[in-house]
Design a binder for this molecule. Structure first.
Ligand code: ATP
Ligand code: MG
Length: 352
């Protein structure tokens, strides 16, 4: 294993689904074998769009479920450090210091933020949401992350981190590695309703934690080719979510090719194609279920992993902050104050 550090993470907003798996988790399962890996549970980032008491009350449970999903997907706990962002106050300290190294127009040009604001039903951009990429820079830089895997939507954020790191190093001295982006070649997984990407908020998701019967039920209810009213009508494979899932999750390529050929020719019913998909998906999820069961058999284990990881990360971040404050001259500013104050105290305490 190279000693380069990787940082990845998610907001703790609920169970992970097959879209998350395709879009990021599969990649992380692969990459965490190669890098020293930090997995952030980004609850401060969650607050930029969801900050009700109810949202916050669910953080602990969502964090546990999310980490369980990631472990079940194949990340090995002894090769990963999971930590809860809000439990490390220095992340916020670093965020405050980094905020001055980027301009408002630069952040306004980050394309995803307006979209996130809109999706969250905000009429106007919250200040914290505009600063989302800066907080992300704080996350990456506070553990001196060197590599950050990104999908298309996130690359612009990490670009801000790189600019901030360079700017900091230029102004105050070399403290931060400028992190490299690892662009993942992942595609977007369509939802079971075929209406757009799989998303839990749209109710079109298959969770990594769904049991076999639930997976079967969701697959049987999937959207297919709407023009195909009977099994003997030729159907369209392209853009058909059932075949999109076969392409991603069914390792039996021969079966997939054969089903596609019969579908196009009008010689197979939707039910048969879906039954085959349910089998393939459940085969894919079976090892995930087995790993999940092992972690769930030890209640408290996942919380222990998050707790130990957070303590470890806090120590790391503390060291980084000491270095940052020293490089910026803030340590020296306070030392001057303290020295003069100490002299003053001595003077007033001294007998006249
Ligand atoms: P959801 O969209 O289900 O509400 P979320 O909003 O918590 O989940 P996102 O921020 O949308 O999560 O996504 C987290 C990561 O998962 C991102 O890297 C994103 O690209 C990836 N992802 C989410 N949904 C999909 C999908 N349907 N296909 C591919 N990747 C996805
Ligand atoms: Mg989403």
């Amino acid at each position: 294993m190279s000693s380069a550090r990787m940082l990845t993470g998610d907001r703790p907003t609920g169970r992970l689904h097959l879209g998350h798996y395709v879009g990021s988790i599969a990649n992380r399962v692969r990459l965490h074998q190669r890098y020293e890996s930090f997995f952030i549970i980004a609850d401060l980032h969650m607050l930029t769009t969801r900050n009700s008491r109810e949202d916050i009350e669910q953080v602990a449970r969502n964090a546990r479920e999310m980490v369980t999903d990631i472990l079940a997907a194949g990340v090995e706990p002894d090769r990963a450090t999971f930590y809860l962002q809000s439990a490390i106050p220095e992340v916020g300290d670093l965020n405050t210091l980094l905020q001055n190294l980027v301009t408002v127009p630069r952040l306004e040009r980050v394309p995803s933020l307006k979209e996130m604001s809109r999706d969250a039903g905000k009429e106007e951009m919250p200040y914290g949401l505009l600063g989302y990429p800066v907080l992300q820079a704080a996350d990456i830089l506070c553990v001196k992350g060197q590599v950050v895997p990104v999908g298309k939507d996130n690359a612009a954020h990490v670009e801000v981190t790189r600019e901030i790191a360079r700017r900091f190093n230029h102004l105050y001295g070399e403290v931060f590695p400028v992190p490299e982006l690892i662009m993942s070649e992942t595609s977007t997984l369509v939802g079971t309703d075929g209406s757009g990407k799989m998303s839990k908020s749209k109710g079109n998701a298959v969770a990594l934690s769904d049991d076999p019967a639930t997976v079967h039920r969701k697959v049987m209810g999937m959207y297919t080719d709407p023009n195909r009213v009977r099994a003997d009508v030729p159907g369209t494979v392209e853009g058909n979510p059932v075949f999109a899932y076969h392409d991603v999750f069914n390792p039996d390529r021969e079966q997939v090719a054969e089903l596609k050929a019969r579908y196009r020719a009008g010689r197979v019913g939707d039910v048969e194609v879906k039954e085959a998909l349910a089998v393939a998906l459940n085969r894919f999820l079976d090892p995930v279920r087995e790993r999940r069961a092992r972690f769930e058999a030890q209640p408290g284990l996942v919380d222990e992993l998050i707790f130990a990881g957070t303590e470890r990360t806090r120590a790391e971040v503390h060291r980084t902050l000491v270095e940052v404050r020293r490089a910026m001259g803030l340590t020296s500013a306070y030392t001057q104050v303290r020295r003069r104050a100490e002299r003053y105290r001595k003077a007033v305490a001294a007998p006249a």
